[in-house]
Design a protein around this ligand. Structure first.
Ligand code: ADP
Ligand code: MG
Length: 278
């Protein structure tokens, strides 16, 4: 399915870290393109052999969509997600996220992009064991050189949003898996990214805890207007939460399916009518 092809508005300014509440964060204009990949490839050279992990994938994801990336193990889901995250560079083809052509960014620009435009959560939480939850969640703001008081207040707010205000001084090992994943969501949220990338976020959780995490992600999508691209191999999870499902096999996109049971675009505040700017 092709999207409308609207060019993204030039007025998409990343919100300043002024301490404004999350609920008033600037929402990307609905129908603008959040992610655009064009024939993107990531081939790994393994001695004589070439692994075509991502082998010519073109997708468009509009701002506010909740998209699931499905496929068997080894089909290229994580490789594609890492390209969109700017953690890896394509062998060929283009990845454009909110007007950033990732291939054209310098190392510094790419680091800024990772810090401000995308938030990421992984199956394995990736919290730093020696740090408290508050310190873990504050970390991206330290890199963004936000002052200590603002950092702390935004981290508290972010942890509060995921229901962890009672665990600020705990270290990751003192928490359940579900709490650790909620903390990593709080960390992903702290810089108010436009795009949340999640790689099997419920893969290490029991189904009840996994559902809690999915409900939180849905809230970020619907009330904050955050675009979500989530890798999962669980069809049922995708059907319950995602407005659209992209199926990969052997590094190729083999199906792009809308999900009638879930609204395709979030109920972001004051959506502009299609085709109209501002
Ligand atoms: P998925 O997330 O769908 O399970 P991946 O994107 O992790 O799949 O991997 C796709 C293919 O690329 C697999 O065959 C995997 O072995 C290979 N692959 C992934 N990362 C690397 C790497 N860093 N070096 C070499 N091969 C890799
Ligand atoms: Mg994977």
């Amino acid at each position: 399915m092709k999207t409308s092809g609207n060019t993204p508005s030039s007025g998409l300014v990343y919100p300043s870290s002024s301490g404004e509440p999350f609920d008033s964060m600037e929402i990307s204009e609905p129908n603008s393109l959040a992610v655009h990949t064009e024939n993107v490839c990531r081939h790994y050279q393994m001695g004589e052999a070439v692994v075509r992990a991502v082998d010519g994938i073109s997708i468009d994801i509009r701002a506010g969509e909740f998209v699931a990336l499905l496929g068997a193990s080894g089909s290229g889901k994580s490789s594609l997600l890492n390209l969109v995250a700017g953690l890896d560079r394509p062998t060929s083809g283009a990845v454009i996220v909110h007007e950033n052509n990732l291939a054209a960014l310098s190392r510094e620009q790419l680091a800024k992009y990772r810090l401000h435009t995308v938030g990421m959560v992984f199956q394995s939480f990736n919290l730093i064991p020696s740090m408290t939850l508050l310190e873990n969640v504050e970390l991206p703001m330290r890199f963004a050189e936000v002052d200590r008081h603002e950092r702390s207040s935004l981290a508290r707010e972010s942890l509060d949003r995921v229901g962890l205000s009672g665990r600020l001084a705990h270290r990751p090992t003192e928490l359940s898996g579900g709490e650790q994943q909620r903390a990593s969501l709080a960390r992903a949220l702290i810089n108010r990214p436009k795009l949340l990338l999640a790689d099997e976020p419920t893969g290490n959780l029991d189904s009840r805890t996994g559902t809690e995490i999915m409900e939180l992600i849905r809230t970020f999508n619907q009330s904050l207007g955050m675009t979500v691209l989530m890798v999962t191999h669980e069809q049922a999870l995708a059907e319950k939460y995602a407005g659209r499902m992209l199926h990969l096999a052997d590094g190729n996109l083999i199906a792009d399916v809308g999900n009638g049971d879930v609204a395709n675009i979030s109920s972001a505040p004051s959506p502009a009518p299609p085709g109209e700017t501002q």
